[in-house]
Design a protein around this ligand. Sequence first.
Ligand code: BDR
Ligand code: CA
Length: 362
Amino acid sequence: MTERRPIVVDCDTGIDDSLALLYLCASDDAELVAVTCCSGNVEARQVAENNRGLLELIGRGDIEVALGRTVPLVRPLEITPETHGPQGIGYAELPSGRRPLSERHAADLIAQEARRRPGELTLLCIGPLTNLAVALEREPALPRLLRRLVIMGGAFRVPGNTTPVSEWNIHCDPDAARAVLQAWTTAIEADPTVPRLVALGLDVTERAIVRPDHVVALARRAGSRPDDSIALGHGEDPLDTTRSVASNAVVRFVADALRFYMEFHARYDGFYAAFVHDPLAAAAALDETLIRTEALAVDVETGGELAAGQTIADFRGLWHRPPNVDVAVTADTDEFINRWIERVGALAAHVGVAAKPSDVAP
Ligand code: BDR
Ligand code: CA
């Protein structure tokens, strides 16, 4: 029997965050324990609505969703509706979640779940690290209690995507990111057996690209009709906001969410496809053989005029600090995309056909 890895996801859903959650729910080797919400792509309360609606859509409305801190530790809140749409899910629509929001604060949930199964829980952070920084204040032993922390964040040997040197998740709350990195350094200095955190930065996540033909392949795997990309919602006019007419509700969600993200990339990056940062991090959290890493001492610039939010990796060991991060340097993105199509396609087939999202969750 496949080992099911217990995992808590902290996210700022977010188009690619939603695809990461779908990937985890579609994976036999994952047990999604809970989802915690931070501000980032959109405001944290909207993130919680998105997560509850998404889980409802796929019949997993039983999973606990908890709200965290709604603003960064120090900096003012910044969100990015131009990247992910006003609700954070592109052109997609979701039903309302039936299970009420958890009474636990995200930071308490993370600390409590880690304490409940020491050495077993994987924490996957795919948004700004605000909630984890608060959780560390409440439970400083987290680096020792977790099986592994995996984050999507940073730009190590490549330019940033928000400023010339900073990646979005770190840019939004550099103080939280610094607190997390320093907590891991302190824990490793005290006990070298504490596992380093794993960071998938833009170095690898910008190599994970979903194209329209991948969405078509996923629709085919799901048995959704029609399965061509125009019918999935991508008309000739890039500004055409026709929604997907796919027969399968999960395929419709994926197509409508991704079309917005592909249009964004067409405007800013010059290609009609989408980086799927967070799903790659989710896949690597379940199977570390998908990435190759380098152990490095990493810190974050929190001040400064030009470099705030920059992740600085000490490639030459000039700081004489123990490595605190396994930085992903390569990723098997072809294998990842194949798994994404197979797993999410199979999940969609299982959830089945519904005329509109609300039909899935009466
Ligand atoms: C990260 O920023 C967000 O917009 C994405 O969801 C991803 O987590 C990429 O820089
Ligand atoms: Ca994200």
